[in-house]
Write a protein that binds this ligand. Sequence first.
Ligand code: IPM
Ligand code: MN
Length: 371
Amino acid sequence: MKLKIAVLSGDGIGPEVTQQALKILNAISEKYNHTFEYEKADVGAIAIDKTGDPLPEETLKTCIDSDAILFGAIGDPKYDNNPSAKVRPEQGLLKLRKSLGLFANIRPLCTYDALIHKSNLKEHVIKGTDFVIYRELTSGIYFGEKEADEKGETASDNCKYTADEIDRISHLAFKAAQVRRKKLTLVDKANVLETSRLWRKRVTKIAESYPDVNLQFLFVDNAAMQIILNPAQFDVILTENMFGDILSDEASVISGSIGLLASASVGKHTAMFEPIHGSYPQAKGKNIANPLAAILSAAMLLDHFEMYEEAEDIKIAVEKSIELNITTPDLNTTNHFSTTNVGNFIRDYILDDENTFYNKNNIDLGQSTII
Ligand code: IPM
Ligand code: MN
């Protein structure tokens, strides 16, 4: 298959982890004879520095002209700590999502046997957890009218949803539930918010077309608790933009690190694949950031184009790296590996059919022979 991929590595650790994802895509194209062409473009703080715009016109054009987008991370402390900044890196990502109509953000979450005992949560609580969050991505409070008075005394963010915006992501979530464990949980705050009551009405109606899917409702405060108390109860979680943002960071604790969570954003135009973690500026340039979320985002890209075997290869190699403890410091405090070394291991594992290249003893010593 031939694919044109826009590469927007962005800020902070974005470039480092994206580089590993590209390494893995190259290994896949070599192994399966695909042609992936990459076009790099600036977004976020780096784009502001160069052009004054977090999403330059040229970057948007590159994305529109591509088959897929691989995204790194966005954000910079110089903006985080300055609430008066008029232009912010995050605006680039939000505008990109909106311009491309990427209304559904799909965030899968699972546990890895080798990490279960390391979790902050108890093993018996998280064992077997496997769910996916369908987060609405182009509406709600993120995109409603914003106001802030000159005096700095009043500000508001409007949360608005239309029936269409709710329906289109709901259909995707129900379809996903049909091929999973057939359970869908709508997370909202329908006891307080009008928008949530609209979500309930629409989703209840849509559920009639998916009689095989068991629909449940959960208020978001309770959902935040249930995700920690009994995460294995969830299959597909459907929710609005901001609730999805918050709950997915919370849920990442179950997997073991936010550095493991990948996502796909799909909708009208070019689909985008991005780790859910941010730019982690403290780690920038240190070669310590976990590249697995970026690499698993590349696997989601391949899944999207029905390259299932290729995507599976990546997932198996990632699992192997976790099993052998070839991981970055967020998962491995004693004998950790660098971002580049984890990427190299996964690449070599994918390319080596016999799996003969590594020496278990050296790995135990923290020195993989392939590195
Ligand atoms: C995410 C991020 C973004 C969001 C930020 C960077 C705007 O936290 O993708 O989850 O809030 O959507
Ligand atoms: Mn987030």
